[in-house]
Ligand binder design. Structure first.
Ligand code: E4P
Length: 217
């Protein structure tokens, strides 16, 4: 399973790149706005740090505008992926861009049929949002199960990015289902390292080692 980081914060990305854990990055207008930097410059900077796909989202709502933005973004670096919302205009843009060899990530996917449509339009990646579905009392992970199953039924090559991840269990469940990728916020990735028994174990080993050194003398 691939791990993407769901952030536009360069410092956060560097911290996990050092650990060899970042297979890619996803951003969105909200994440970009938090950084208060020029959009294209941030994307360029992230693309230099990360050896993997970096999603940058268009903000136009019409296909023509999306295609124009996408071409500009794609020219920033070879690893830019264009994030396009799951709308009819969006799918029109995905269809054009995929024929030009520009990679796309269809975002704001909340149903299995939307995911199927995105794949048929030529999306490289599809991003079903689990957390936002959970928020309204739906089962986010059920959507992932359905999308993965449908793609397997038809040997669809579009990769499934589990998005809107809120806690480590989302990542665990995504891995159990066999989703290709989880895009994980920094704090969730941090929590994935932790287990109280690991801390207790280290503490005990350190104490025992000190005793060993004392007794040896
Ligand atoms: C990633 O592609 C999405 O933009 C992101 O995961 C959305 O997460 P949120 O629902 O926590 O905003």
């Amino acid at each position: 399973m691939k791990f993407f980081l769901d952030t536009a914060n360069v410092e956060q990305i560097k911290k996990f790149v050092e650990l060899g854990l970042v297979d890619g990055v996803t951003t969105n207008p909200t994440l970009i706005s938090k950084e208060g930097k020029d959009f294209h410059s941030v994307i360029k900077e992230i693309c230099e740090i990360v050896d993997g796909p970096v999603s940058a989202e268009v903000v136009s709502l019409d296909a023509e505008g999306m295609i124009k933005e996408a071409r500009e973004l794609a020219s920033l670096a070879d690893n830019v992926v264009i994030k396009i919302p799951m709308t009819k205009e969006g799918m029109k843009a995905v269809n054009v861009l995929s024929k030009e060899g520009i990679k796309t990530n269809v975002t704001l996917v909340f149903s299995p049929l939307q995911a199927l449509i995105a794949a048929k339009a030529g999306a490289t990646y599809v991003s079903p949002f689990v957390g936002r579905l959970d928020d309204i009392g739906h089962e986010g992970m059920k959507l992932i199960e359905d999308v993965v199953k449908i793609y397997r039924n038809y040997d669809i090559k579009t990769e499934v990015i589990v998005a809107s991840v809120r806690h480590p269990t989302h990542v665990l469940e995504a891995a159990r289902i066999g989703a290709d990728i989880a895009t994980v916020p920094f704090d969730v990735m941090d929590k994935m390292f932790k287990h109280p028994l690991t801390d207790i174990g280290i503490e005990r080993f350190m104490k025992d080692w000190e005793n060993y050194l004392k007794n040896k003398k």
